[in-house]
Design a protein around this ligand. Sequence first.
Ligand SMILES: NC(=O)c1ccc[n+]([C@@H]2O[C@H](COP(=O)([O-])OP(=O)(O)OC[C@H]3O[C@@H](n4cnc5c(N)ncnc54)[C@H](OP(=O)(O)O)[C@@H]3O)[C@@H](O)[C@H]2O)c1
Length: 325
Amino acid sequence: MTHAIRIHETGGPEVMRWEAIEVGEPGPGEVRLRQTAVGLNFIDVYFRTGLYPLPSLPGGLGMEAAGVVEAVGEGVQTLKEGDRVAYATPPPGAYAEARIMPAARLVKLPDNIEERTAAAMMLRGMTAHYLLRRIHRVEPGDTVLIHAAAGGVGLIACQWARHLGATVIGTVGTDAKAEIARAHGCDHPIVYTREDFVARVREITGGKGVDAVYDSVGKETFMGSLDCLRPLGMMVTFGNASGPVPAFEPALLAKKGSLFLTRPTLFHYTSTPEDLNWAAGDLFEVVGSGAVKIEINQTYALKDAAQAHRDLEGRKTTGSTVLLP
Ligand SMILES: NC(=O)c1ccc[n+]([C@@H]2O[C@H](COP(=O)([O-])OP(=O)(O)OC[C@H]3O[C@@H](n4cnc5c(N)ncnc54)[C@H](OP(=O)(O)O)[C@@H]3O)[C@@H](O)[C@H]2O)c1
């Protein structure tokens, strides 16, 4: 019997139920995966609470997993039974022991990438890729600000930005997280729960401001983040860990230095096979070379996903978290 975490209504972690599911056979262009590791991401919380709507209810959660192909549908040329693959893509439903997926959304894993590592990095790492390589191409000599620097996306982005030659300023909730961020490429961790991060960024940059801010915290940090940028700097608001950013007048961007602002989502940056392979290929390279280490600091049994959500929302996790079917 195959099991999955499903929700029948949106709400707190308690709405997640461990249920028996029927997986069936893959149709044309699809494969069936036996999943060996599932990634936990903050976006799963947004779907569970209803901040982002699920396609239907009851429904599954989870956007990222790795596993082994166990059946191949008609017309699939790129994959065969036994291939090790991973993905980071809608629709939600990755919290499952097995799953049918479109072959085109899967990436074959190189021999040097373990399935747990893949489940810990595909979504977070390809996000770091578009943040640092596409939205604002980080160059040697840049200074960037990365919020929640000890988190899943944060730890990967700090290491990658440092590898590209940037000076990295990061915000973190505690002193212990500051040490973790520092050990992963963050030159200047700021404990924003007690320090004024805008004042500290101004101080660190000699009043100049940073070239880009990568802000996944949202409501609590957005306005302050604008004040950390140099004129013509790039503001990337890409998450809502503290709540969604409220509406504001675009003229504010002119007042604060003709700033650029974008509110991206990974899935637009990986929607074509070319873009998906670019992001995954660059990620495999920096992880394979050791420039970026994927830290799996928490694992949970998949059926205990509710506890994993409590810990993620409670700011108790660092680095990546993997759920084990
Ligand atoms: N748009 C995209 O394409 C995209 C893709 C991936 C991820 N994201 C976003 O990136 C962020 C990071 O995702 P992740 O999965 O790697 O999570 P994470 O960073 O491991 O966890 C979230 C972190 O946010 C910080 N935080 C600040 N205020 C918070 C609050 N009120 N409640 C909870 N956490 C708070 C906490 O770190 P401190 O205690 O250090 O403050 C917490 O550990 C999320 O906002 C996610 O939605 C966006």
